[in-house]
Design a protein around this ligand. Sequence first.
Ligand code: PMP
Length: 286
Amino acid sequence: MTRTVYLNGEYLPETEAHVSIFDRGFVMGDGVYEVTSVLQGKLLDFDGHCLRLNRSLGELGMKNPLSREAWLEIHRKLVELNGIDEGMVYLQVTRGNPGDRDFAYPPEGTPQTVVLFTQAKPGLADNPQARQGIRVISIPDLRWARRDIKTVQLLYPSMAKMEAKHRGVDDAWFTEDGFVTEGTSNNTYIVKGGKIITRPLSQDILHGITRASLLRYAAEAQMQIEERPFTIAEAQAADEAFFTSASAFVMPVIEVDGVTLGSGRPGPVATRLRELYLEESLKSAI
Ligand code: PMP
């Protein structure tokens, strides 16, 4: 099926949506993005993603081209036009097309490029990987130092995911100065003695929208949370580990650098948190 996508105010078949070769997103990686999950045809954590988009744009000196209401309308229309029941909406905003390649930002008033498309992902909620758990390796975090901005510069995370694949595991966790920063495309957690431990927010990691919602739900459920960095050795000695992202929700991790955690099965805390996240985020889905 040919998808209908959104490009700069128009809904088009994906084969007819074209962006300039001079687009700043293409030649400079000068753009930001968001991914919002869809379950039961509804958007999860939409307002969180919208706020983070605004923040990413602001940090890069770009304006937000659309209002919350306009973003919502486009998301909903694409979900409807493409018949998405489970899947996601990807959105990207770049600094636009200055008509040539130049390091300097384009002149004020150059239209930004706005792209949105959907991806159908049947089985997103009932994901077999969540029942089995994920195996990860650690890789040095060689990304730039503003990981709190959700830019389209995803080469290093792609390299790390490929390295994980070549080494026969599912994903990688980044480490810096002896501590885990985050996963290639997710925020990371360990569980020790019932306590959920996760790195605090800073410029070192992306401020995950799933993380924010999950920690709120966990606190409301009287679960103990400690925000501090942890090491790979601590993860290997933990009772459980897991990660969060908009598309994986809460994903149990059962092996870190070849060491099996606990029983080698997804643990009770990660399993409960996954249920809690799905239940609670569906309540507020729009
Ligand atoms: N960290 C990184 C590096 C990511 O790419 C992502 C997902 N885009 C996350 C964390 C998780 O963020 P979210 O829960 O908002 O998807």
